[in-house]
Design a protein around this ligand. Structure first.
Ligand code: BTN
Length: 248
């Protein structure tokens, strides 16, 4: 089934990822899409909440039934798809921040985030849920994200048709997902690197255990891990939060 051939729309849900997981457990086919106008318990990475007020953004989840080998790259491939779709549908030169953030072109304010969740039995993947939230128009952001969040309309200074952006997001996601499934991961990673200028040569810091470690970003490897040059050599960062250090 093509992504979005079946779109289930809700005014309000807890989390679109939850709804898709329920459909998945009942045997729904890959490509089912759930879209909500608002989420009461939208969630992001690292246990954070995803601010999801009505009428402000796209809150979308897609049911995937991927091969196990592509799962580690789903977040990156989806980020490429969303970034390409935003660029194509709005002309905004959005960029990617490892691993899953879509940022405004200035590289600080976040437009969108991706949360991939799933279920497996042994080595077999039962399903994955690819969820993304994209800020279409500015709202009253909570204080903790106010200076780090933005929206398409705030960046572009004009009204944006969310449904048109959604349509392109779904087709770009599908294209990049098929790339992974059909053995073209290298081209997805190459495109990811083009869209993520901070992934090479930028000063970054991250937390390892109790310590804050500093280094210079050195690209990603074939598994999607971020590489960093430190005084001790190259380090692989596989999860967690990485901060890009801007000169002030
Ligand atoms: C992040 O940047 O931390 C990821 C945010 C992902 C938010 C989306 S909104 C649709 C889907 N449903 C959720 O509960 N989360 C994702």
């Amino acid at each position: 089934m093509r992504f979005g051939a079946e779109i289930v729309r809700h005014a309000e849900v807890t989390s679109t990822n939850n709804i898709v997981a329920t459909y998945a457990a009942r045997g729904a086919a890959e490509g089912l899409v759930v879209v909500a106008d608002a989420q009461t318990a939208g969630r992001g990475r690292l246990g954070r909440a995803w601010h999801s007020p009505p009428g402000s953004g796209l809150y979308v989840s897609v049911l995937l039934r991927p091969q196990a080998k592509v799962v580690p790259l789903l977040t990156l491939a989806g980020g490429v798809g969303i970034c390409e779709a935003v660029r194509e549908s709005t002309g905004l030169a959005a960029i990617i921040k490892w691993p899953n953030d879509l940022l405004a072109p200035e590289g600080r304010r976040k437009l969108a985030g991706i949360l991939v969740e799933g279920s497996s039995t042994g080595a077999r993947v039962d399903y994955a849920v690819f969820g993304f939230g994209l800020n279409v128009r500015g709202g009253a952001y909570p204080p903790e994200i106010r200076d780090r969040a933005t929206s398409l309309e705030e960046e572009l200074g004009r009204a944006i048709d969310g449904d048109a952006v959604l349509e392109l997001c779904l087709s770009a996601l599908e294209r990049r997902y098929r790339d992974l499934e059909e053995g073209r991961a290298a081209s997805v990673l190459a495109r990811w690197s083009e869209l993520a200028p901070g992934a090479r040569g930028a000063r970054i810091e991250w937390v390892r255990g109790q310590a804050v470690v500093r280094g210079v970003s050195a690209g990603i490897d074939a598994t999607g891990a971020l590489l960093a040059q430190t005084e001790q050599g190259i380090e692989r960062i596989v999860s967690g939060e990485v901060t890009w250090c801007f000169s002030r």
